[in-house]
Structure formats: C-alpha cells, structure tokens
Design a protein around this ligand. Structure first.
Ligand SMILES: *Cc1c(COP(=O)(O)O)cnc(C)c1O
Length: 427
C-alpha cells in the first residue's frame, strides 16, 4: 500500500513504522545507542562521504527518530523530516541553512513569544536580521522584502490568540521574491492545516505541544516541502555551492527534492548539535498515533468553552476563530475547516486583578506556561510571560492586563466549563 492513498488517521498510526526487522517488535523500539558498528571500512567511508544512507552517530541519525521523521513528513505531505531537540532548535536549524551574517528574513509579528525573543536577540547576534510584518496587513510583507531577504516566517494558527494567517497570500509574496515561505504549524498540526497545500516551502513544529500531546517531551521537527528550487539563485550557498567536507558535492543537486532536510541534518544537526533524544522520539511517536482523536476533542471542547465564556457576564471579549463572528472565522473556514484548535484568549472584566484571581481560583485547569497537553491549561500573560513589558507593550503583544489564555484539554467539556464557572464566580 502506498502511503499516498491512506487517510490521515491511518498515516498517524502506521506511517514511518514497521515491525522491527531484528526482533519483530510491533512498536518502534527505543534505539538507545550513541553509535552504530560499521560493516567494514568501505561502508564507513561511504557513510561519511554521504554516498550511502546509514547510521553513524545519534547526533545525526537514529532509527527511532527516523520513524518519527518519516511519520511527520507523511502527515504534512512533505518529502522528508528532520527531528530536533525542541521547536526552537528546529527554527535555528532552518535559518542556519538559509542565512549568512548580514542577511534578513521577514516574520509575522503574531508569533509565539519565545520565537519573538529568539529572532530579536539570539538571531541578531548571529547577524540574522528579522524584519517584522503585520499578518493583518499583507502589504507589510511585500514592503519588508529587500534584496537581502532570504525567507518569510509565519505561524498557520498564531499563538496566543488563535489568529488564522492567510498562507496562500503570503506564499504569493515569497514566490514573487524567489524566497521560501516557512510555516510554524505547531498550534494547528497537520490534522487541521496542511501548509504545503497552501504554498509553504518548509514546515516547522514544536512537537512539544499537540503533536506529542501529553506534556511529557520536548521535541521539534523541520519538514521539507520538496518544491523550492535552491539552485535558481545564488542566495542559498549551503545548498547550491560545493561542500568541501563532502568531496565537493552540491547538496541541492545530489539530494533533489529532499535536499533541504539533508542540509539541515548533515550541516545543521552535525554542527549545531540539537538532536532529539530517542526516548523523546518514542514518546512523541506514541502521542501522534492519537493526534486525530485528540485534535477533534480539543477543538470540540474549545468551541464549547469559547461559547460559554462569550455568554458570561464577567467576560468582556473572546477571541476564538471557531466563533462565527470572529475576525479569523472566514480564513479558518477556508484553510482549516476541521476546527480552530484549542488555544485562545479572552478578556476578563476587572483587568489585571481579576486575571490574577481567576488563575488562582481554577482547580481542574493547571496554571502553567505550556499548551497542547491533554490537560486544560491556563495562564495570565500580564503577570507571567509578559510581566516585564509596559502596559502599552503588553497590549500590543496581545497580552493586555485583562487577557487570559487557555489551552483547552480533552477532559469532559462539562467539567472544564464547571471549573471556569466556579473560578469566575470568585472574582
Ligand atoms: C512552543 C512553541 C515553539 C517553541 O517550541 P519549543 O519546543 O518550546 O522549543 C515554537 N512555536 C510555537 C508556535 C510554539 O507554541
């Protein structure tokens, strides 16, 4: 059976995996090894020279991790995956392949707060310069592109507000500029959104969130869409120029439609070192088997909670793309019709004090800085993740004093709502 004909739920269970060739074990074993014995000197030489595929050292490849890479690539409809130690390591790995010091990239300003920090601070110290654009005003993407721009970066379903980004429109800007569009598909997952079908060239994930789905393992993934022509310009020398350490091969010529994933592995992982632990790969693989079931429940629960909050007298506003009068609803219906995800924000009447009281009064919800767990999670950004900002900066970042963010879990909707109800009654 070819993977292409199988449905999403079948791929979530089966793609990438097979009974263990050595033992028959049905579930992918944890290959908890650092290195692999060479067959002979010639095989070792061809592995090191990239003339044959095989395992050398777990920083670069591992059989458990390889199943995870193949599974996520199949779910996204990409050509190859490259697993990393975290979502941030995936972003570092992508930009390491694309940018030289002094280069620029354009990013939507509606991003996970950690990505805003990574781009503004650490990336700048590498000489990689971010230009921010506004996903509500597409002309700002075009305006931010210069001859030094090497990529555009957006989130499909943007953290923390659950804002849906118009990927095809931004892909058009990238295509006109001859640069790849990178989409962070963490909040949507490929169950809700398929960025490659909408024009993305590279997908990145924090597997830490809904993909792993159980709040127990950090992980990241780069997925190669396989369509971008790295040889069309001289903008991407890591892919288009001969590699001196690999007998002068040109990665984009030798590896064709999965050359970006190869570059991120044999240059990025090799030198930056942020490899995923095989144990985490195993846990995330187990999590992904139930991704479709979990996402359906997450979305149904989130919609029920959003509707409940919208009607509550102590709630000022709710921002959830699944609500019919939400600004993002039309884009959500077009690009992710199966649901609007589980992460959204609302404003509580009474501002900062009320927000602090609410997160202190919940019992079923956990007050913590994460999303995408089976459990329902809550945070008040103004008193936690965004507390160092001024009030104006908080509001601009979507983290005003009254804002509460939920990641709705897969418990019974009635219990989730009852917990919010008792907590709201206390403020
Ligand atoms: C959490 C997150 C990241 C970073 O991933 P880590 O696994 O925490 O490094 C990146 N993007 C989004 C949208 C996230 O939610």
């Amino acid at each position: 059976m070819s993977d292409k004909q199988l449905g999403f739920s079948t791929l979530a269970v089966h793609a990438g995996g097979q009974p263990d060739p050595a033992t028959g074990a049905r579930v992918t074993p944890i290959y908890q090894t650092t290195a692999y014995v060479f067959e002979d000197v010639d095989q070792a030489a061809s592995l090191f020279g990239l003339q044959a595929f095989g395992n050398i050292y777990t920083r670069i490849t591992n059989p458990t991790t390889a199943v995870l890479e193949a599974k996520v690539a199949a779910l996204e409809g990409g050509t190859a995956g490259l697993a990393t130690a975290s979502g941030h390591a995936a972003q570092l790995g992508v930009f390491h392949c694309l940018l030289q010091p002094g280069d620029e990239f354009v990013a939507s300003d509606k991003l996970y707060g950690g990505s805003i920090n990574q781009f503004n601070h650490s990336f700048k110290s590498f000489g990689w310069n971010v230009k921010w654009a506004d996903s509500d005003d597409l002309s700002t993407f075009e305006a931010a592109v210069t001859p030094k721009t090497k990529a555009i970066f957006v989130e499909s379903l943007a953290n923390p507000g659950g804002v849906v980004v118009d990927i095809p429109a931004i892909a058009e800007v990238a295509r006109a500029a001859g640069i790849p569009l990178i989409v962070d598909n963490t909040l949507a997952t490929p169950y809700l959104c398929k960025p490659f079908e909408l024009g993305a060239d590279i997908v990145v994930h924090s597997l830490t969130k809904f993909m792993g789905g159980h709040g127990n393992s950090m992980g990241g993934m780069i997925v190669d869409g396989g369509k971008f022509d790295w040889l069309a310009s001289d903008k991407y020398p890591l892919l288009s120029q001969p590699r001196p350490e690999y007998q002068g091969i040109v990665l984009a010529e030798t590896f064709g439609d999965f050359s970006f994933a190869i570059a991120a592995r044999v240059l990025g992982l090799r030198d930056l070192g942020a490899a995923l632990s095989p144990f985490n790969a195993f846990l995330i693989l187990t999590g992904i088997e139930t991704l479709p079931l979990r996402m359906e429940k997450h979305c149904a629960n989130a919609l029920a909670v959003a509707k409940y909050l919208k009607a509550h007298p102590k709630v000022e506003w709710v921002r959830y793309a699944g609500l019919e009068d939400d600004d993002s609803h039309a884009l959500q219906a077009r690009y992710m019709p199966k649901g609007a995800g589980a992460v959204f924000t609302f404003g509580v009447k009474g501002g900062y004090e009320a927000g602090v009281k609410l997160v202190g009064a919940v019992e079923l919800f956990s007050h913590l800085a994460n999303i995408g767990d089976t459990r329902s999670l809550i945070i008040h950004p103004a008193s936690t993740t965004h507390r160092q900002l001024t009030d104006e900066q908080k509001t601009a970042a979507g983290a005003g004093p009254d804002v509460v963010r939920l990641s709705v879990g897969i418990e019974d909707a009635d219990d989730i709502i009852a917990d919010l109800d008792q907590a709201l009654a206390k403020i």
